[in-house]
Design a protein around this ligand. Structure first.
Ligand code: NJP
Length: 242
């Protein structure tokens, strides 16, 4: 309770649900994303429902200057306890149709943006010798499926970065967790899969974002040293873990 939890990509999907779950359990979410109006609505909902007033700021994680400015401002007024690097997107295409500008944008957001946000908060956490960094990677960071080659490459990069950071961070009492869910019912696929081909195949197995948010907040409450949370895949009535 009372912990400050910064969430990137908090304007929809998993990030939004993590914000509600954090507030529900007495933490103070700090919401970051590009859509400031959506963040304002989410903050208002949190205030009305949980009586917690939370900060929110516009941030494009792929803009280095913005990352610097936003985190400098936040750290001047708030002692950040937990960072959830959740902002991210995918564009699913067969390799022959890949557009290099989309590749760069995916790496800029999913990988470089995540590293930039981590660096700002990690150096703060190093000084106080505590904290928890949670990176939303993906099933695609452990295995891959057709059409998701570049997205999978970004999430493999996130997992590699996370695993190395965890070793370094252990010397400062900082926990580092990666989360690797299977497909989730969010806006993600409206961008990732414009043809609907992928969703058609996985729709019935999709996880609810509330489910993932609960698991993420559980991990905040009982951090452990290992940890890459398992891939969860929902199929029929079963929940598989990889
Ligand atoms: O998707 P969505 P999810 N700077 O589209 C924000 C991973 N994941 O919740 O900036 C800052 O509802 C965007 O906000 P806005 C996935 O890779 C998903 O599913 O206002 N923020 C929005 O809040 C991603 O890392 C699945 O447009 C930026 C949020 O990101 C994370 O889960 C499976 C941004 C995206 O919300 C959340 O995705 C899996 C930027 N440049 C992992 N660009 C899945 N859905 O199946 C985007 O294993 N955002």
């Amino acid at each position: 309770a009372g912990k400050y939890v910064v969430i990137t990509g908090a304007s929809s999907g998993i990030g939004e649900q993590i914000a509600y779950e954090v507030a529900k359990r007495g933490g103070i979410p700090i919401l970051l994303a590009r859509s400031k109006e959506k963040l304002a609505q989410i903050a208002q909902h949190i205030e009305q429902t949980y009586g917690i007033s939370c900060l929110y700021e516009q941030l494009d994680v792929s803009n280095e200057k913005e990352v610097d400015a936003v985190f400098d401002r936040l750290l001047a007024s708030v002692d950040i306890d937990i960072l959830v690097n959740n902002a991210g997107f995918g564009v699913f295409r067969y390799v022959e149709h890949i557009d290099l500008s989309e590749v760069k944008q995916m790496f800029n957001v999913n990988v470089l943006g995540l590293i930039a946000c981590t660096k700002k908060v990690y150096t703060h956490m190093m000084k106080k010798r505590s904290g928890h960094i949670i990176n939303i990677a993906s099933q695609a960071g452990k295995i891959a499926t057709p059409k998701s080659s570049v997205y999978a490459a970004t999430k493999h990069a996130v997992l590699g970065f996370t695993n190395s950071l965890r070793m370094e961070a252990s010397m400062y009492g900082i926990y580092v967790t990666a989360v690797n869910p299977g497909p989730i019912e969010t806006n993600f696929f409206t961008v990732a899969d414009t043809s609907g081909e992928y969703v058609k195949n996985v729709k019935r197995w999709m996880l609810r974002p509330e489910f993932v948010a609960k698991r993420v907040v559980d991990a905040m409450l009982t951090p452990t040293r290992e940890v890459n949370l398992p891939v969860w895949m929902h199929m029929g009535s079963r929940m598989y873990q990889l």
